[in-house]
Design a protein around this ligand. Structure first.
Ligand code: SF4
Length: 110
C-alpha cells in the first residue's frame, strides 16, 4: 500500500480542543474569499490591498470575544476558518509556537 504523505489523511490529535486553547489560530492572518460575508467593520487590507480580517491591538482577530475567547461570528466565519482543523498539523504547529513546551493539559468537560 502506498503510504506516501500525499495520500495520507490529515492527522488529527484528538486530545487538542478549542476549550483548552487560547485561540492561537485566531492570531493568524485570514484572507477573505469572495464567498465570505463578514461585517464591514471586520474587513481590513494587507500591504498589497488584499482583504483580510481585521485584528485588534492585541493581535487577535477582531471577531474574537476577548473574555470568552470565542468567535462572535462563528456561524458566518470565513472559509479559511472553517477549513482549519482542530488538532490538525497546522493547529498543533501554532500551539507549539505559542505555548512552547508548556502545552496546556486537555480539559475534559462533562
Ligand atoms: S472569524 Fe472567528 S474563527 Fe475566524 S479567526 Fe476570527 S475569531 Fe477566529
Amino acid at each position: 500500500m502506498d503510504k506516501s504523505p500525499a495520500t495520507e489523511p490529515e492527522s488529527i490529535d484528538p486530545s487538542v480542543h478549542c476549550a483548552s486553547c487560547d485561540a492561537v489560530c485566531c492570531r493568524l492572518t485570514v484572507i477573505l474569499m469572495p464567498e465570505d460575508h463578514v461585517p464591514q467593520w471586520l474587513v481590513d487590507h494587507d500591504d498589497h490591498g488584499i482583504e483580510i480580517l481585521a485584528k485588534g491591538d492585541d493581535g487577535w482577530c477582531a471577531a474574537l470575544d476577548p473574555l470568552t475567547m470565542r468567535c462572535t461570528i462563528y456561524a458566518d466565519r470565513p472559509a479559511i476558518c472553517r477549513k482549519y482543523a482542530m488538532g490538525g498539523p497546522a493547529c498543533r504547529e501554532e500551539r507549539r509556537k505559542w505555548y512552547g513546551n508548556a502545552l496546556p493539559t486537555p480539559v475534559v468537560l462533562g
